[in-house]
Each structure stands twice: as structure tokens, then as C-alpha cells.
Design a protein around this ligand. Structure first.
Ligand code: ADE
Ligand code: ZN
Ligand code: ZN
Length: 252
């Protein structure tokens, strides 16, 4: 029985290590819905058969438990080492290549209904992922997964703190979280919608020095949250608004 629980815990840990946590992706999805034209909302609603963007946003993490989709695992992140610029995707692909591929597929008008829903759900997820600073890794530590930390009372790692720890610590539902952070003015919203994917990735790189600014003992709690929550919230907001812009570009 004990080993069963240990297994359960480690499965949970692995799942946690994969992406913005469930609430992070839902927050991005809900913000996108809030900022989309009626026309794009209608088109997306039809493809998703009435499911919300927020509620399909974790699809690409859910399919990770199916070995059939193993080849998609490297598509949740990319690598840009410190002091370098993006060198293009590795042979297995990355989040930048995947986003561009799904955009092209969705614009082609050649997908079956099932393929179209699959591509759209993946795109919704990956625009969130690329905004998480540690999903644009430095190539040294698997996007911070190998940086072990104590986060409040539990063993964790830096990647997980950024995917879910800081967000979940707010103890807000995803709709409450969106009501809290979705307050940006129209000018800024429109400017964010115009930035392209290489800007999104470059911004993630630019936040890494602060993300990695840890005490030597690697025990982080309120102080780390306090210094970083504004970055988390800005990235969630930018991801949602840029996803809205992208879906308007595809469906308007
Ligand atoms: N594995 C290797 N690099 C990673 C990253 N940046 N994010 C998530 N998983 C990874
Ligand atoms: Zn992911
Ligand atoms: Zn992650």
C-alpha cells in the first residue's frame, strides 16, 4: 500500500513537471476568450463543439499519458542558451516549430473536423507554454526541472514552481484569477497582439536571470513569490491576449 502511494505521488510529480499547471493554461484560455472578436469566438466554438478555450487548454498535457503521442513531448518547450539567439528547431521539433506548424495547418482549410480540433487544442496549449520563461530553456537543466528547491514545505523544482506553485498558491479559481489580472488597457492589448512568436520567446529568455535568482540554500517561499508574481501574471496575460490575436488572425 505504501509503495502504491509513493507511485501515485511520483506520477503526480511527473505530471506536474510538464507545463503551466492546469490553472495556468485555463487562465490563458479564459483571457483569450475575453479578448477575441465575436467572429473568431464563433468559429472556435464550432470547432470545439461548444467547449470553452479554457477547458480544452490542458488537452496537450492530458495526451502525454498515451504513448501514441510520445513524439509530441519535445514540442512543449524550446532551447535558447544564454547569450545566444535561436538556432532553429532540433530534429525532434520544439514549441516554436510546433506553433508555426499548427498555425499553417489551421489556415490551410484542408483539415478534417477531427484534425482541426486537434490542431486548435494544441495551439491553445502551446501559446501558453512558450510564455512560461522556463519553457524557453537554457539547455543546462531541462528548463529548471533539475534545479531542486524547497518550496514552502515541499520538495519541488524551479520549473514546477513556475508552472504551478506560484499560481496555485494564490488559491483562486481560474475565473477569479482572470478577474484579478485581466485589467490591461486597450493600447497595450493591441500592441501585444502584434508581437510575433520570436518576440514571445525572447521575452521568456529575458526573464530567466530573475527566475534563477535563488538563495544558495534553495529554500524559497513568500519572498520569492513576492518578487516574481508580477512576472507570472504578466506572462499569463500576454499569452492569453496573444492567443486571442492569433485566433482572430486565423478565423476573422
Ligand atoms: N525538458 C528539457 N527542457 C525543458 C524545458 N525547457 N521545459 C520542459 N521540459 C524540458
Ligand atoms: Zn505543455
Ligand atoms: Zn512546464
Amino acid at each position: 500500500m505504501k509503495s502504491f502511494f509513493i507511485l501515485l505521488l511520483s506520477v503526480f510529480n511527473v505530471v506536474q513537471a510538464l507545463a503551466w499547471g492546469q490553472n495556468g493554461h485555463r487562465i490563458v484560455g479564459q483571457i483569450a476568450s475575453n479578448h477575441m472578436s465575436a467572429k473568431a469566438q464563433k468559429a472556435v466554438g464550432a470547432i470545439l463543439q461548444g467547449q470553452s478555450i479554457a477547458m480544452v487548454s490542458n488537452f496537450m498535457d492530458e495526451i502525454k499519458s498515451d504513448p501514441h503521442y510520445d513524439s509530441l513531448s519535445p514540442w512543449h518547450y524550446c532551447t535558447i542558451p544564454d547569450g545566444t539567439s535561436y538556432a532553429g528547431p532540433p530534429s525532434e521539433g520544439d514549441v516554436i516549430q510546433a506553433i508555426n506548424t499548427y498555425i499553417k495547418q489551421l489556415k490551410s482549410g484542408k483539415l478534417s473536423d477531427i484534425e482541426e480540433a486537434f490542431a486548435l487544442k494544441c495551439l491553445i496549449h502551446l501559446v501558453g507554454d512558450i510564455h512560461q520563461p522556463l519553457h524557453v530553456g537554457n539547455g543546462q537543466d531541462k528548463g529548471g526541472n533539475e534545479i531542486k528547491v524547497t518550496y514552502f514545505w515541499e520538495s519541488s523544482n524551479l520549473h514546477r514552481v513556475w508552472d504551478s506553485g506560484i499560481i496555485d498558491g494564490q488559491k483562486l479559481s481560474y475565473t477569479e484569477y482572470v478577474a484579478w489580472i485581466d485589467q490591461e488597457g486597450t493600447q497595450q492589448v493591441n500592441d501585444w497582439k502584434k508581437d510575433d512568436i520570436m518576440v514571445w520567446a525572447g521575452e521568456s529568455v529575458s526573464y530567466r536571470p530573475q527566475v534563477y535568482d535563488l538563495p544558495d540554500h534553495k529554500k524559497i517561499n513568500y519572498d520569492y513569490n513576492y518578487h516574481n508574481i508580477h512576472i507570472v501574471n504578466k506572462r499569463l496575460l500576454q499569452a492569453g491576449i496573444r492567443l486571442a490575436g492569433l485566433l482572430e488572425d486565423i478565423y476573422n
